[in-house]
Design a protein around this ligand. Structure first.
Ligand SMILES: [Fe+2]
Length: 344
């Protein structure tokens, strides 16, 4: 059974002497902050179950009910909302603004329609303007839970503060986010992991000689290449030292964003399933934008040409393909336009 997103706590004596309830009961484990189903609606609270519940409560556990079943609970237990302390906690400011953001997003989806990724990407590419997509990511992210984790809250905060213009990094954040969703990684935690990783993966550039970050990658000498390849580890190290509370997965994505499916990447030469899919997504998206902006060859290349070369796997100096079949196909499918097909 799926754990509801919102529950409220109740006292055991609110169950009175009843043995069957028209709502599900959950128990809260304070040692790890998790909830688990305890008794399904219309199942009897047997003596064994009742004893076990007593044991859990004595260990500091608590009983909880799905917020969606609040009315059923209040009616069947003949209680009023004000009798339940957990229903009378004042809503935090962040939750109030999240509620407002959710209402705004609903209205935006109703007026503009949900994001049609392929179509929207096509017009962003045609106009060379990604602001509309970037803004949609911001608006979606600002509805994320304010209670899930530091990384989820940070993703939401960074999006609110930074996703306000069409620039290189915001394009990477937005397209990585939609690529993850398109590859069925839709939960808030995974999406927040890739958002924070996209914002932070190049923090390590700040520790490199500035000449390196202004030299096209194809012009690196062997020692410059070696230096530049330290940036994933440097980003990881800086974030660790800073004490910012990022999830392990987010840190892994940052560390692995230059690993490639066939083992040709760095810093650990990982292969296939040893690389997080989100790292491959971030790696693919950063690579494509770096290529189009001229960071690889020294010359800007339009996105249509890059996608066409990716699609045809044409040998093009500095252009990488090894992002794994799933990511590669999703990327080609999403970014291919009629123009690319015509030119192919
Ligand atoms: Fe990088």
């Amino acid at each position: 059974m799926k754990i509801p997103e919102e529950l409220f706590h109740i006292e055991k004596d609110m169950l009175k002497d009843v043995k069957i309830f028209p709502y599900h009961l959950f128990v809260y484990n304070p040692s790890n902050g998790s909830y688990t189903p305890f008794l399904f609606a219309n199942s009897p609270l047997t003596k064994d179950k009742s004893d076990f519940l007593e044991f859990i409560l004595n260990k500091g556990g608590e009983l909880a009910v799905d917020m969606k079943q609040k009315k059923t609970f209040l009616t069947s237990s003949e209680l009023e909302e004000q009798d339940i302390p957990s229903l009378n906690i004042e809503t935090h400011e962040l939750e109030k603004s999240r509620d407002l953001n959710m209402a705004n997003l609903e209205m935006e989806n109703a007026t503009k329609g949900e994001v049609k990724l392929k179509e929207d990407l096509r017009s962003s590419l045609a106009e060379d303007n990604f602001l509309e997509l970037i803004t949609r990511v911001k608006n979606e992210t600002m509805t994320f839970s304010v209670r899930k984790s530091h990384t989820v809250s940070l993703a939401s905060y960074l999006s609110e503060k930074l996703l306000n213009e069409d620039n290189f990094i915001n394009r990477i954040v937005a397209i990585s986010y939609y690529m993850a969703k398109n590859c069925d990684m839709k939960d808030e935690e995974a999406l927040s992991d890739i958002i924070c990783a996209a914002f932070f993966c190049h923090l390590g550039h700040t520790q490199l000689d500035t000449k390196l970050t202004h030299t096209p990658h194809l012009e690196f000498s062997e020692s410059e290449k070696k230096q530049y390849r330290k940036h994933p580890s440097l980003s990881h190290h800086l974030l660790k030292k800073s004490g910012v509370d990022l999830s392990q997965r987010c840190m892994d994505i940052i560390f692995q964003h230059h690993e490639r499916d066939d083992g040709s990447g760095y810093p650990m030469f990982k292969k296939g399933e040893h690389i997080d899919q989100l790292s491959l997504i971030l790696g693919a998206v950063t690579h494509i934008f770096e290529y189009t902006f001229g960071y690889v060859t020294g010359t800007k290349t339009d996105m249509i040409t890059v996608i066409r070369n990716l699609k045809n796997k044409s040998f093009t100096p500095g252009l990488e393909f090894e992002f794994g079949d799933k990511i590669y196909e999703s990327l080609i499918n999403l970014l291919s336009t009629d123009t690319v097909d015509d030119a192919a």
